[in-house]
Design a protein around this ligand. Structure first.
Ligand code: COA
Length: 259
């Protein structure tokens, strides 16, 4: 069904693997569309509670946007490339109600790091290398990198990474707070699945509300505390809230209907 990605589904977890290893999983137009479609399908399904995104092979998560596709673009085409990509994939993931974990298994460069940063959190293998090398190509990050990198690691560090176009290793990324955990490559997907599995036990409705409230912190002109109050109140009208509180009082595990 897809050409450039693989999808699998077990125990409420959908794993999407970007599968263009001969091009280090670079994001061409078709891959961006396929990722959008697969993520939308998972988000709309009742059985998918967490999405893991990773790259095929042991070398790259994603080595960036596909440079061969845009090297002769005009100003307008460049702007459209960034706008469409952000709408279809990067903002789409960041604002998704279903949690998305990026499992970074190698190079995450340019659009690859931007994809990982759009996910709700990141883990990495100790072989991973991350960077935003765009200025070495005469362009800047266009898939949200200039905004999400400073949000995640602070302005000074982001400025240094963007200006030098350099790469940091997994331990540096861990020290910066760019990734939450670093493990060996063999342990990467098992850890992603373990974290995902913990998430699946909780109320997916409450998790979606929490994502909205946390994201409000980074939106211009939005009062995050007000968003939190609204989302908190909305939870009281859900079946998940009734089940969660009842299960606690009855000293049993909650079985959330996800409604
Ligand atoms: N776009 C298109 N193709 C890419 C790519 C990208 N972002 N990154 C890698 N590739 C392709 C290479 O062109 C090469 O294809 P080929 O075998 O048909 O020539 C293949 O993937 C393997 O890459 P190669 O450069 O030979 O691997 P390497 O181990 O020598 O170097 C990197 C690895 C990641 C350092 C290097 O590929 C690189 O710098 N990639 C570009 C990173 C970048 O600037 N990304 C930001 C884009 S905005």
């Amino acid at each position: 069904m897809y050409t450039n990605i693989l999808t699998s589904h077990t125990n409420g977890i959908t794993t999407i693997t970007i599968n263009r290893p001969s091009k280090l999983n670079a994001l061409n137009k078709q891959t961006i569309q396929e990722l959008h479609d697969a993520i939308a399908v998972a988000d709309q399904s009742n059985t998918s509670k967490v999405i893991i995104i990773t790259g095929q092979g042991d070398k790259a998560f994603v080595a960036g946007a596909d440079i061969s596709e845009f090297s002769n673009f005009s100003i307008d085409q460049g702007e459209e490339l960034a706008a469409k990509g952000q709408e279809l994939l990067f903002d789409f993931i960041a604002n998704l109600g279903t949690p998305v974990i990026a499992a970074i298994n190698g190079f995450a460069l340019g659009g690859g790091l931007e994809l990982a940063m759009a996910a709700h959190f990141r883990i990495a293998s100790d072989t991973a290398k991350m960077g935003l090398p765009e200025v070495s190509l005469g362009v800047i990050p266009g898939y949200g990198g200039t905004q999400r990198l400073p949000q995640l690691i602070g302005k000074g560090r982001a400025m240094e990474m963007i200006m030098t176009a350099g790469m940091i290793n997994a331990n540096q990324a861990l020290a910066y707070g760019l990734v939450n955990h670093v493990v060996t490559l063999d342990e990467l997907l098992p850890l992603a699945e373990k974290l995902a599995s913990k998430i699946t036990r909780n109320s997916s409705i409450a998790i979606g509300a929490a994502i909205n409230a946390v994201n409000a912190c980074y939106e211009d002109g939005v009062n995050g505390f007000k968003t939190e109050i609204k989302e908190f109140g909305n939870c009281f009208g859900t079946e998940d809230f009734k089940e969660g509180t009842t299960a606690f009082l009855e000293k049993r595990k909650a079985d959330f209907p996800g409604k």
